[in-house]
Write a protein that binds this ligand. Structure first.
Ligand SMILES: *[C@@H]1O[C@H](CO)[C@@H](O)[C@H](O)[C@H]1NC(C)=O
Ligand SMILES: *[C@@H]1O[C@H](CO)[C@@H](O)[C@H](O)[C@H]1NC(C)=O
Ligand SMILES: CC(=O)N[C@H]1CO[C@H](CO)[C@@H](O)[C@@H]1O
Length: 272
């Protein structure tokens, strides 16, 4: 909660007078988002990503999702083809809830891009959030969380909003199951602020690579890597989405991996 409050205050401070050109809808005049709007938008984004594995627990968001029928409001999307495409795909059945989603599985990626398109081409924030509130309970949670996060990063009207820490959205991807079980049992016993230090290099070393566990398993480094993917997904077609900042992509990609591999090699030399 503390983190959320800090994030909200921070966005309030910077967002007081944000002028954002709308690349997506082609509007030439700038959209003005007041500080209060940003705080409200931030709140909704955090609520939608809270406990994604469970059904929506905020009645106002559940209400938004009710009666949602994209085919009836197809004109609220800048690209109407994406609505048909997604609805067709969804009706034929996509990845069930609770299944593991992987971005390198072509059919799963196709579904997630169709969902992202729906989020991205929603003409206004209200349509975007209604779509997201619906998708949260009807699409597989990992696919929803991924498509929604990429949309928040890339939508003009989400400028200044922050995503919750990814290891809080999907802790099972960052922590080992033993730790999660320990947290769960601490929580059931009513303990708060329970701290557990994980020794990533503990246990028997079978492969010298395990000596680097403190680096390769680091929660912050892994979240950072995941963020880099959200900002520059390999499937993001700059022309299709009207994104004008793609010229430096190759350079940014190279710089990012060069830096992280340099650090990795340093750790290897230091350990074996
Ligand atoms: C991709 O995911 C689908 C389920 O959505 C699965 O049936 C298929 O086997 C997966 N493909 C690969 C190559 O793992
Ligand atoms: C983690 O475990 C390894 C191997 O058992 C041990 O050498 C190391 O001192 C431990 N590190 C910490 C911080 O406890
Ligand atoms: C869009 C989608 O895949 N929805 C499925 C998610 O999982 C539930 C429960 O298994 C299915 O009923 C949905 O069809």
């Amino acid at each position: 909660m503390y983190k959320v409050t800090v994030a909200l205050l921070a966005t309030l401070a910077v967002a007081a007078a944000l002028h954002i050109p709308n690349v997506r809808t082609g509007a030439t005049d700038n959209v003005h988002i007041s500080g209060q709007d940003v705080a409200q938008r931030q709140k909704v984004v955090l609520q939608l990503l809270r406990n994604v594995g469970q059904k929506n627990m905020y009645p106002e968001l559940v209400a938004l999702a009710q009666n949602w029928n994209p085919m009836q409001i197809a004109d609220r999307y800048a690209n109407q083809y994406v609505v048909k495409n997604f609805v067709n795909m969804w009706q034929q059945g996509t990845l069930p809830r609770g299944e593991i989603f992987h971005v390198y599985n072509d059919s799963q990626l196709k579904e997630v891009v169709a969902l992202f398109d729906l989020f991205y081409f929603a003409k206004d924030f209200e349509t975007f959030i209604k779509t997201a509130a619906w998708a949260r309970d009807n699409v597989n949670e990992s696919q929803f969380a991924y498509a929604f996060s990429v949309a928040v990063v890339h939508r003009d009207d989400c400028a200044g909003l922050v995503l919750p820490p990814l290891y809080e959205v999907a802790p099972q991807l960052y922590l080992n199951s033993g730790d999660i079980m320990e947290f769960m049992s601490a929580k059931m016993q009513g303990q708060i602020n329970y701290v557990k230090m994980t020794n990533w290099t503990g246990g028997e070393i079978i492969n010298p690579e395990q000596l680097l566990g403190y680096f390769t398993e680091d929660v912050g480094v892994n979240a950072y890597h995941a963020y880099a993917h959200l900002y520059m997904p390999f499937w993001l077609n700059c022309e299709k989405y009207g994104i004008t900042t793609c010229q430096m992509r190759g350079e940014a990609f190279y710089y990012y991996y060069q830096q992280i591999l340099a650090r990795y090699n340093l750790q290897r030399m230091a350990n074996y």
